[in-house]
Design a protein around this ligand. Sequence first.
Ligand SMILES: [Zn+2]
Length: 720
Amino acid sequence: MDRRNFIKTTSVVAGVYTITDPALFVNMGNAADESWFNRPMRWAQLTLVENDPGRFDPDFWLSYFKKIHADGTTLSAGGVVAYYPTNVPLHHRSDWLGKSDPFGYLVEGCRKMGMSIIARTDPHAARQNVYDAHPDWIAVTSNGEKRRHWANKDLWVTCALGPYNFEFMTQVHKEIMDLYQPDGIFSNRWAGHGICYCEHCVKNFKEFSGLELPKTSDRFDRTYQKYTEWNINRLKELWLLWDGIIRKGNATSRFIPNGFPDKVITGELSDIVFTDHQARSGVTMPWSNGKVAKELRASIGMKPLGGIFSVGVEEQYRWKDSVQTEAEVRVWVAEGTANGMRPWFTKFSGVLYDRRWLDVVDKIYQVHYRNESYLRNTFPMARVGMVFSEQNRNYGNETWQQRSGDHILGMYHALIEERMPFEMVNDRLLDAEHLKQFKLLILPNIPTLSKDQCDQIRKFVADGGNILATFETSLYDEEGRKRIDFGLADVFGVTYDNGVEGPMQNSYLRLKKDTQSNQFHPVLKDLEDSYRIINTVNMVKVLPRSSFPYPVTLIPSYPDLPMEDVYPRVPETDIRGLYLRDNGKVRIAYFPGDIDRTFWQIMGADHGKLLRNTIRWALKEDPIVDVKGPGVIDVTVWRQENSMTVHLVNFTNPMMMKGPFRELIPVSAQVSVKIPDDKKATAVHLLVNEAIPAFEIKDNKIILNIPHIYDHEIIGIDLS
Ligand SMILES: [Zn+2]
């Protein structure tokens, strides 16, 4: 079997281990024991700078790795600078290297400690001598000029898709394997920086498409779409080339790319994955680290996932030697761990200036080490899946389609506020296997869905699954062509009425009791006294295909100035703001408005309540975990071989919406956890606080109080 077939077969086999089959997860855990991928739980990355050799103390780092129980490491090897005595022509040895081999020294030290070792290369930049010897290896701008490095004018940016990577870096990777046999090679910035117009890219793209390279990165441009396809193909080719060379050096070693533009392919080709979402930048929710984990898990299943985190500030000004507060680092890492990531700290420069982070990472890793058996997750127990799309790039030219990413963010935030355990679902993996674990599928404006994707969702409903969808979901096909009607019109029970209204100034939603039962619908819980709430900003016009209840109806826009004019011209309509169907078997909720995006932009409490109530109603079962008490807490639930865990990450903080936590503000919580029907709980632990809590069991539910959650608490429940 040649290499390519081998990889293909492997990935097909790996594809069987989907997120939805607990039995298979357990099998995978056993099988993986034979390789190294699943073994390391805590990673340590030391990225050397060129003048480190001779100046930094490698033994300090080795003893730090040991102290914090790191069992995997990533060490600088080569690329722009070689930290070992390389013999590959033009592979630049550090000017400070002399006769030393700092990479080899660290590899040996880590190997003695039984650590898994990944060699790090960075191929994105090269020196003048490389330019002089091979000018065609250098990236070219759209003006036809060779591209200088933006951060260091002495360097040139290399072409990622030409011979520099395919030939030169292949030799480098082969040499590293021959000399050191690491468990993997991790390449940083290997995938290029925008469109390269070098002679190789011009020729190769022409061969692929018959077209000239696109002049813009306009996602609606057909040539650019073709370019994206070619770019992904070419990078996949490079991945397989390097992976093949690396496997030849050591059969269980792998090429590990730092990011790949297609998550489904990432899932197919990888045995171990790392995310590079190191810290907040600008306005970033602390939950964004968990979101990255969930989005990858949707395609990689339970393959080991490392979360690279920075101990410094991650902003555009790139203070790479900086240190964040303890509180900020702790919450970021806790959120990654709660969402199934294994922590990987990264530090640039072997010589330290600000040492405050060392104790912080130590404390985090000690808790992790102590509780390792409760962190070897076998599958997530969430029953809610939220669909996200990598193919929405063909959608978005109309005014109401701008900022379409806000739909997901709003829904995500509502789920966090609801403390609802949930997973993300890749829209290209909507088959029954991938959806089997879910009782509710949420489609936060997923506009572009193919007929096959709509059929898969229909099948999910036919099998008893519930749906919550918003706005233009399924109104476009996978190519971004508008349909006459929603692809899921039959599921929603409504027909598209040819238009989107908005932005709607000063419009409202009327909330009212059911006229027959004289009761408020469950989606109006805690909104019973509201009479009306603000409307969404935009609303798709639809016509009901059958009869619907009337809990939420439209009050159309009316003047908002002069103040004397601010009175509703039409006090009530029968146009629903929410279409609810319950046929006894399944529940469908469809919001014609962009409630999720409006929620994200306005953060209206009433929108949050309505969304959260509707999620609860549509789930049609009690959530596995119910957490009461003040504050904002992310809740995730996992199974391990002999236990289950509930992670509670405390986001309650005045700095929450941007993330620069100064201190941790403890909250208390009353928690009830549903135990699997075929299991019995034998012990309960609070793993972070190292406490045995008092608890009671009622209807196979464990009920307990947690007096203080600082950044993170893990309820560990032993099962028999
Ligand atoms: Zn190029």
